[in-house]
Design a binder for this molecule. Structure first.
Ligand code: PPS
Length: 573
């Protein structure tokens, strides 16, 4: 259909003029303010710049009910996703209907004002069922709805004062009207948009090439850099990957722009939403592939939506959306023909080899430092991903010794540090109990509260070291299992946590009494002494348990090294 041409006239924004904004900003300082969440900042940006046109603010209760039930605003306009301002009960209670509030970013900058016309307590389970298909917290947006979003929704029109501030990739961000102006300037009248939240590999490039050819259109690569599915590759890494891939496209027909959208992973409804957003950005065509905006598996281990449900729903509404769908089946690599083909169009299927690498398999190969073939991705992309996800033997990690006073933790930790420094491949920091109590926790004693504070400080420092690729060796008593678990969770976001229980018995520690403290504890001269007058939770599942009785320090440290090697944390010699 060659009649589909973009109308590139500017679309309405919610911003007031620069002069009015300066004035409004001063006045807004006297209003009650709501500190926007990261997701609300994304939503507000697209409300204000026309990305969510025709919305004029956060949904009223009537609009919300209609969107949830019928995918439409109260006036009948197609709108699939509730854009709501969720707040706490306390904040909502203090407001009058008709009152203006200031909407601030997380640093306190006033971005907009909103007149509160509506306030209600939504039925979140109904929202989950209708919008996301199931009230199941395995769905990231349902989980957000129940566990992150406030209890009360506010609705009302928004007056935009300024755009949210971005410090990264500024030259790559465009409002809908900036993109429209760019297309006008270049004389582009047919534009196909490609939405993505993943790094681009060869299959995506082939898909976008084909889409542009089929639609006889220019190509806009329009990746989401707002919020995507938890666990996705961070947008910094992805944008560097996109920039590398952009060189492989003809510059005269392809451009890239970053979209600060907070995705909901709502599959079919989300695809319709994405279409509306791209129409607002001046595009005429939109690519919908397999499992568009899919949230993964539900709590029964099944897919929330069928792989082509999004295409079906989009097809049903595409005239109303005002953008044409370019649908694709999954692209797979046909080895004999050395090219990508849609999975449903493979000729001579019985006699060819079909290759594919899943996201899970890709992550495994990165983790283990295994080959990623050229047919799958571009060397520049693989290099970026390898830099971001080095194999375990190049990642940071933490070795966390725990045990009684005098069990030998410090001595073994020291020996381990020296051995790791001899190897020299990563920087090492020793956070020994006494060192920490001198430098980080000098004001703390040995109550449960103080011990927990002490361990959490150690955990925080170790997590920073781990995040930045170093080795942290900790050697406190750390008597409480719950606190050790919390530290483990904090560190495991960034690298391995290796718990080593130095299992020297209390009798042996007391017999050695290297600092003379056990004697004083027995005499009651030291209170709350671990093992004597204070508890110690024996670790149930440490990565390693070492017994120091009858074993020398060097051997103990060597056992730890062997453990690290077997976990892939240090390269075998
Ligand atoms: S904790 O519980 O993890 O915060 O303890 P930690 O920071 O490792 O500090 C333990 C060292 O402090 C000395 N000390 C005591 N230990 C236990 N209980 C009491 N009441 C106490 N008072 C002083 C003791 O020498 C510990 O040193 P290590 O190196 O473990 O022998």
């Amino acid at each position: 259909d060659m009649t589909m041409l973009a109308n590139l006239a500017p679309i309405p924004e919610l911003y007031v003029s620069y002069d009015s904004a300066q004035k409004l900003k001063v006045e807004a300082a006297n209003l009650k303010s709501h500190d926007l969440t990261p997701r609300q900042i994304c939503d507000l940006e697209l409300l204000m710049n026309g990305g969510f046109n025709p919305l004029k603010g956060f949904l009223s209760e009537e609009d919300y009910d209609n969107v949830v039930e019928n995918m439409r605003l109260a006036d009948g306009t197609l709108w699939p996703i509730p854009i709501t301002l969720d707040v706490s009960e306390e904040f909502a209670e203090g407001l009058e209907i008709g009152e203006d509030i200031a909407l601030r970013d997380q640093e306190g900058v006033i971005l907009a004002t909103m007149t509160v016309t509506d306030r209600w307590t939504p039925d979140k389970s109904r929202e989950a069922e209708k919008v996301f298909g199931a009230d199941d917290v395995a769905h990231p947006a349902v989980n957000y709805l129940h566990h992150t979003a406030g209890k009360v929704y506010l609705g009302g029109p928004v007056v935009g004062i300024q755009q949210p501030i971005h410090y990264d990739f500024r030259a790559r961000r465009d409002t809908p009207n900036e993109l429209r102006a760019f297309f006008r300037k270049l004389g582009w009248r047919r534009i196909v948009a490609f939405q993505t939240r993943n790094p681009l590999h060869r299959a995506h490039q082939e898909l976008t090439f084909r889409a542009a050819r089929e639609a006889q259109a220019n190509l806009l690569i329009h990746p989401v850099v707002g919020m995507t599915k938890p666990g996705d590759v961070d947008h910094f890494t992805r944008v560097r990957c996109y920039e590398a891939v952009l060189d492989k496209y003809p510059a005269a027909t392809t451009t890239m722009s970053l979209l600060n959208l907070a995705m909901r992973m709502a599959g079919p409804r989300e695809a319709v939403w994405h279409g509306i957003i791209r129409r607002n950005h001046g595009c005429t065509h939109f690519i919908v592939g397999r499992d568009h905006a899919g949230p993964g598996k539900n709590s029964a281990g099944e897919d929330f939506y069928g792989p082509y449900d999004a295409q079906d729903l989009f097809r049903q509404y595409q005239d109303e959306i005002g953008i044409e769908m370019v649908d694709f089946k999954q692209m797979v690599y046909v080895q004999e023909r050395a090219q990508y083909e849609p999975a449903d169009e493979i000729a001579d299927r019985e006699n060819v080899t079909i290759l594919n690498i899943s996201g899970t398999e890709l992550r495994r190969r990165l983790r283990e430092g295994l080959e990623i073939p050229e047919w799958f991705s571009f060397p520049e992309v693989v290099e970026e991903l390898r830099r971001r996800f080095p194999p375990r033997s190049k990642q940071g990690f933490t070795v966390f010794f725990t045990g009684f006073s005098g069990s030998g933790k410090s001595t073994i930790a020291n020996a381990l540090m020296i051995k790791l420094m001899e190897m020299g491949d990563r920087p090492v920091t020793l956070l020994d109990g006494d060192i920490v109590r001198k430098n980080l926790s000098s004001e703390l004693g040995f109550s449960k509260e103080h011990r927990d504070l002490n361990i959490r400080r150690i955990g925080y420092v170790a997590s920073e070291i781990t995040k930045n690729g170093g080795i942290a060796i900790c050697a406190p008593i750390a008597p409480y299992a719950a606190t050790r678990r919390a530290v483990r969770e904090e560190i495991e976001q960034y690298g391995a946590f290796v718990e080593v229980h130095v299992a020297t018995s209390l009798e042996e520690c007391e017999r050695r009494d290297r600092k003379g403290l056990y004697k004083l504890a027995r005499e009651g001269k030291i209170k709350e002494f671990t093992g004597i007058s204070d508890p110690y939770d024996v670790p149930e599942n440490p990565e390693l348990r070492v017994d120091t009785e009858g074993v020398d320090v060097d051997t103990c440290a060597h056992q730890v090294l062997l453990k690290l090697e077997s976990m892939g944390l240090i390269a075998g010699s």
